[in-house]
Design a protein around this ligand. Structure first.
Ligand code: FEO
Length: 168
């Protein structure tokens, strides 16, 4: 059984992952409007990954005999100041998610819930990848600066991203 404290924290994380998905969908819509379909596609896949994360927490709570309690999802912003601003906001958001996962890990260690420690380790590793992939895009976009041709090529590259459910 999950302790009440851990169950509450896991439910809050389901909400945080669903918000992440919502945020990235909002960013995808903005990027479509900005005529960057490849960036929009990349962000759309990011949104699908977040939904996968939310379901991973959801299924874990069910599996441990806990109660899933869904809360309202906050409204994300509707516009940003260009693709770099979107990616910097993504980077900031992912750093916040990493901090949340670390706090969760601290909690389950303190409560000696070894199954949850093992479960959360997947997310600790996943956050390293998530932060790295966004960092790579930020650096590339900074290099591009105001070169429209290079931005077009980057957009074309990002259009090729395929959603593959992250390894379990
Ligand atoms: Fe669910 Fe991007 O972390």
């Amino acid at each position: 059984m999950l302790s009440a404290k851990i169950q509450k924290a896991l439910n809050e994380q389901i909400n945080a992952e669903l918000y992440s998905s919502y945020l990235y969908l909002a960013m995808a819509a903005y990027l479509h409007e900005a005529n960057l379909p490849g960036f929009a596609h990349w962000m759309n896949i990011q949104a699908q990954e977040e939904l996968f994360h939310a379901m991973k927490f959801y299924n874990y709570v069910v599996e441990r005999g806990g109660r899933v309690e869904l809360e309202a999802i906050a409204k994300p912003p509707v516009s940003w100041d260009g693709p770099l601003d979107v990616l910097l906001a993504t980077q900031k958001h992912e750093a916040m998610v990493t901090a949340r996962i670390n706090d969760l890990m601290d909690l389950v260690i303190a409560e000696k819930d070894h199954a949850s420690v093992s479960f959360l380790q997947w997310f600790v590793d996943e956050q390293v990848e998530e932060e790295d992939s966004v960092q790579t895009l930020v650096q590339r976009l900074k290099l591009i600066g105001s070169d429209g041709g290079a931005l077009y090529l980057m957009d074309r590259d990002l259009a090729t991203r395929v959603f593959t459910p992250p390894a379990q």
